[in-house]
Design a protein around this ligand. Structure first.
Ligand SMILES: C[S@@+](CC[C@H](N)C(=O)[O-])C[C@H]1O[C@@H](n2cnc3c(N)ncnc32)[C@H](O)[C@@H]1O
Length: 216
């Protein structure tokens, strides 16, 4: 049985005043689906995934700034990707996320599908050492969460591809004194156009949130 949506063009629906109501019903439906997925899986993230508090921080940043062109380095099984893509579903954006491990990549694809977010995600199975330099950009939101000893190099590759007023977030960076992250933090702090804050707290993995002020 064809639905109203399949037989009446969207422009006609808008003229009939059906568009906004349909759009908000779709948003509410997606929100309910993502919330249910996250609730069902809240104790099942065991693949180095971010805690939910950090996922919420990523979500809030994207909504607050209206970011649309997102890149994640280190998908794992997709917990952070779900928070990022959920926010992008509201801003009209899309996420490219990169994972080197085939099993985790496959699991992430299944999780994105189950959460109803696949259309907002371009998940790549690749070595980020090779793919990141080859990506075109620009990106207005970056979440770096793969191999820590490459953080400084990822940043140097991505920095020229940052949009004006972009934010660049890195996980497991708990401040300027954090062990193993000195080179990365020095690279962030050497850029006069960027400002960095550090998140912390019992439920957070510790993140650096680096943003460039200005018009998008
Ligand atoms: C900390 S986990 C990512 C967690 C994920 N952001 C989440 O919260 O669900 C880091 C992931 O980066 C991946 N990784 C490590 N080195 C990589 C590389 N060179 N290219 C792509 N992915 C890599 C690992 O396989 C691992 O799954």
């Amino acid at each position: 049985m064809p639905t109203l949506k399949t037989v009446v063009p969207l422009a006609c629906l808008a003229l009939l005043g059906v568009g906004p109501a349909t759009a908000s019903a779709q948003t509410a439906h997606l929100d309910a689906r993502v919330r249910a997925f996250l609730a069902d899986h809240q104790n099942q993230w065991r693949d180095m995934n971010v805690p939910a508090a950090d996922g919420q921080t990523l979500y809030d940043l994207i909504i607050e700034h209206g970011f649309t062109r997102a890149l994640e380095v280190g998908t794992s099984t997709g917990h952070s990707g779900i928070w990022i893509a959920w926010a992008l579903s509201k801003t009209g954006g899309k996420l490219i996320t990169i994972e080197i491990d085939e099993g985790r990549h496959r699991e992430a694809l299944a999780n994105f599908e189950a959460a109803g977010l696949s259309e907002f995600i371009d998940a790549r199975l690749a070595n980020a050492h090779e793919l990141v330099p080859a990506l075109e950009g620009p990106f207005d939101f970056v979440f770096q969460d793969a191999d820590k000893d490459w953080y400084a190099r990822y940043f140097e590759f991505i920095y020229p591809k940052l949009a004006p007023a972009a934010c660049y977030v890195a996980h497991n960076v708990s401040g300027p004194g954090a062990r193993g992250q000195r080179e990365f933090i020095a690279a962030l702090e050497a850029k006069p156009d960027l400002t960095t804050e550090y998140t912390s707290g019992r439920r957070s993995g510790g993140m650096s949130v680096t943003c460039r002020a200005g018009e998008r």
